[in-house]
Design a protein around this ligand. Structure first.
Ligand code: XIL
Length: 366
């Protein structure tokens, strides 16, 4: 399928016209000092129209699920590397790097480990997992999300099997274990819920910064903070000034920042598609202009590329917010929070990303 970039650009009324209509995201990203990537799932790699887009637009891919512990090791004593190997092979074939997402995440600790973690062999089990996975993909992965989502909504540490078994030290020790396996890899803590002006985001930002400060003070090997950027048009205004302050504080600690999982959950599903796409693109433009102004932001990944394969779906609750809408069999369709629509057409969100990257290139020239 030939992707019509111009459609996206012309459709993006209210969003700046793309200054570089024929450039790929990866190419403009490179000029801006930003590694651009996307999460990919096995189903996506079975779609040639989409693999073409991923290979062209991306410098990196993040396995959406395949590298998570419970996905790799659903049963004791065995690892199934096939899905992650498929992503790694795709990356190799197209000359892409892979982001290592993710080694330790409360939502993906295999059931069978739970009774073992608190015992004598608990930490060795965690270390072995880190070593096994990092070693296998060491030639393809430069950056690992070693710890994913460690912060709770009150800004403290999130409860989970690792915190219960090992206490707060699991974070520092996980990073140390990862560094021992791959001393040259960039190690990250990756977190969500820090983008908005809501009190909950403020608490999460403060908690994340406090954690990073503590780790840096303890000289724990930590190189990047991942901001997931699961944006949501129902969450009110972005905390633009606070986000820049946050990133500035991370920079002063000597760390860099990756934007790791950009997508947008829509609110006004009832609007015409053009308006929905414009709202998404404008939100992305505002977010990216803020974060890309900070030189320590070095990478930008979307959580998928096409709405067809987004983890964000329109739910029955979403529909219930608009009583009487979509009569006669019409439907809001899919959530439209990724750069390409379900048919592989570039949308205004793609133009917004290109333009934000291009503005960073231009700022760099001044
Ligand atoms: C999500 C995947 O997209 C889903 O397919 C899976 O079922 C659950 O995980 N934050 C993260 C990602 O760090 O790993 C999550 O990915 C989305 C939220």
């Amino acid at each position: 399928m030939i992707v019509n970039f111009m459609t996206a650009i012309v459709a993006s009324k209210g969003v700046a016209r793309s200054v570089t209509p024929n450039a790929t995201l990866a190419a403009v990203g490179r000029r801006a000092g930003i590694e651009v990537g996307a999460a990919v799932a096995a189903e996506m790699l079975a779609e040639p129209w989409l693999t073409g887009i991923v290979a062209r637009e991306c410098a990196t891919v993040s396995p959406e699920v395949a590298l998570k512990w419970a996905a790799l090791a659903p049963g004791e004593g065995t690892y199934d590397f096939a899905p992650a190997d498929t992503v790694a092979a795709f990356a190799r074939r197209h000359g892409l790097r892979m982001r290592g997402h993710t080694l330790l995440w409360h939502q993906s600790i295999p059931e069978w480990t739970l009774p073992l973690l608190a015992g004598e062999d608990g930490w060795p089990l965690v270390e072995r997992h880190i070593r096994t996975v990092m070693t296998r993909y060491r030639h393809r992965v430069d950056e690992w999300d070693v710890v994913n989502e460690p912060i709770a909504d009150d800004g403290g540490l999130r409860d989970g099997p690792l915190l219960s078994a090992f206490g707060p030290a699991y974070i520092a020790n996980g990073l140390r274990a990862a560094h021992a396996v791959s001393p040259n890899a960039r190690l990250a803590i990756n977190e969500y819920g820090v983008e908005y002006a809501r009190p909950i985001d403020a608490a999460r930002r403060a908690g994340l910064l406090a954690l990073v400060r503590t780790l840096v003070a303890q000289r724990v090997p930590l190189h990047r903070v991942g901001i997931q950027a699961h944006l949501n048009l129902a969450h009110g205004p972005l905390a633009l000034a606070e986000l820049r302050e946050f990133i500035g504080a991370v920079a002063r600690l000597g760390l860099e920042v990756s934007i790791t999982e950009l997508d947008v959950r829509e609110r006004d599903l009832i609007l015409p598609v053009e308006a929905r796409d414009r709202l998404v693109a404008e939100h992305v433009a505002a977010f990216l202009d803020c974060v890309l102004a900070e030189p320590v932001v070095r990478s930008l990944s979307c959580w998928g590329l096409s709405d067809r394969f987004s983890w964000l779906i329109v739910t029955d609750e979403d529909r219930a917010r608009f009583p009487g809408a979509w009569a006669g069999g019409s439907t809001p369709g899919l959530n439209r929070g990724l750069p390409y629509d379900a048919a592989g057409q570039a949308k205004p969100m793609r133009a917004a990303i290109i333009d934000a990257l291009a503005r960073r290139v231009n700022r760099g020239r001044r």
